[in-house]
Design a protein around this ligand. Structure first.
Ligand SMILES: [Mg+2]
Length: 200
């Protein structure tokens, strides 16, 4: 086929969508999967029985590291423990962690008296499905709560759960900036057109 001259309109039929449309659809797919249903804007402690009731939730799956317990600490604080006891009155609770250190997750779960799964491999859905099956609740009435977009939010959305992004639980003196992977995830997610602002 002869090459169109400079400035002339190429008469050949357009076989594929314009690049901008393809890009937008790609972003929308990832956007949907990475968009939390709720951006809490504070640590997990901000999840109240009122909020659970408002959203019609009956079950909560909690990530562990940096959602409930700072990675460098072995145990939950008394504040987290008291908060969870209150939450248990409103919802079934499971801990689902990617941490391969089962003794750590087992110890935290035992201290809080809740069932757990470690080495979950989020965003893989396989092990999280076990917790959902054990809860025996409709999946849209279960929240997936975590501090990470590409593991916790992604797996929750893939399963049709209600996803809640929380601020990481840090040790005093530590800053979110000390967590480059989370910062990168937030940056990438915003690049995909998702606004990670807390809703009023
Ligand atoms: Mg985490």
């Amino acid at each position: 086929m002869p090459k169109p001259q400079r400035g002339a309109i190429d008469p050949s039929p357009v076989q594929c969508q314009p690049r901008s449309t393809v890009q937008r659809e790609y972003n929308m797919t990832w956007g949907k999967l990475l968009q939390p249903d709720l951006i809490l804007g504070e640590t997990v402690i901000g999840i109240t029985p009122d909020l659970i009731q408002q959203q019609g939730l009956r079950g909560i799956v909690l990530d562990v590291d940096e959602t409930l317990v700072p990675l460098r600490l072995a145990e939950t604080t008394p504040e987290v423990c008291a908060w969870l006891e209150q939450l248990k009155l409103s919802a079934d609770i499971w801990l689902v962690s990617n941490n391969l250190n089962e003794p750590r997750i087992q110890r935290i779960a035992a201290f809080l008296s809740v069932p757990y799964i470690s080495g979950a491999g989020k965003p893989s859905r396989r092990k999280l499905r076990q917790a959902i099956a054990a809860m025996n609740l409709p999946v849209n009435q279960i929240a997936m709560v975590g501090d990470r977009l590409f593991t916790d939010v992604l797996v929750g959305n893939r399963l049709g759960m209600f996803t809640i992004l929380v601020e990481p639980m840090l040790i005093p003196g530590e800053s979110v900036k000390d967590h480059p992977i989370r910062t990168l995830e937030v940056w990438l997610t915003q690049l995909l057109g998702i606004t990670l602002q807390t809703r009023p």
